[in-house]
Design a protein around this ligand. Sequence first.
Ligand code: SAM
Length: 308
Amino acid sequence: SAQQTPGDQLPRYVRMNTLKTSVEDAVDYLKRDGFSYLGQALKLDNLTLKNKDFVMDLHLPELLVFSPKTEFHDHFLYKAGHIILQDKASCLPAYLLDPPPGSHVIDACAAPGNKTSHLAAIMKNRGRLFAFDLDGKRLATMSTLLLRAGVTCHQLANQDFLKVDTNGPQYKDVEYILLDPSCSGSGMVCLRDDSAAHPEEEKARLASLASFQLKCLNHSLRFPRLKRLVYSTCSIHSQENEEVIAACLQQNPNFRYLLCKCTSFLDSCQNNVPFHMLSQCHPHSICLFFSALFTFYLHFSFNLCVFD
Ligand code: SAM
């Protein structure tokens, strides 16, 4: 039999696309389709699911959790754009950015667009959502995905984000930026490979990614009306996370920041720490969440920074 990987044991997360359905309707549909709904998860243990059981996530009500490897690619709800196959860690950036309907938002490195469609859902398709990506092919995939998801408030541009004119008149009301730049992907369970085959090459690659990430972050801070920014990666390397943030703060000393470091997601999850701490974020503060253990429970490790 095929070898088991850690990813095979992780729960399957599915985001309800509230542009096309409600959580209630989706749950009803799934129940009629043979799944059994166990209500909202109250602790981590509740995410250990068998067969066709499913629960609502502990933190994000639009997220349903299924047993590992539950297959949805051929499911009606997926094909119709009612559900998005998106991991929990990947849902946190848009959730934390939380742009209100009507606001002007930038998704700086957007393709293939799962976070863009999540932002549009939070904005209820009202306002303007500027999405950039350098890769035309990925952008084409994204266009299909957004169409299926019923997103209409977006403007896609095949453009280098670093060359976007931060003083352009079309961006004068941009208050929210989601920055999810290219990274090593070292936090993705399916890609994890601890054997550093070419340590020198790996070092150079990380340095080059970190330099790009810092440039993107600095560029984002130049938008004149920016109010909140979320920086996220799916890397577990501090070089792409804390060190990028530290360098950025050094270069932009006018930002005060609050550092929240969660070393154990298990603890923090049980005590609701990450979400509790968020509510304590003060204006002009930065929250940095970091957790290596997070990787184990969620598909991605995530490192997140909120400038607010
Ligand atoms: N946010 C996306 C999502 O949730 O579906 C994933 C983004 S992926 C981590 C990073 C993206 O950045 C890639 O699609 C890549 O093509 C794009 N990218 C790389 N350099 C860029 C640049 N200079 N300007 C804009 N996009 C860039």
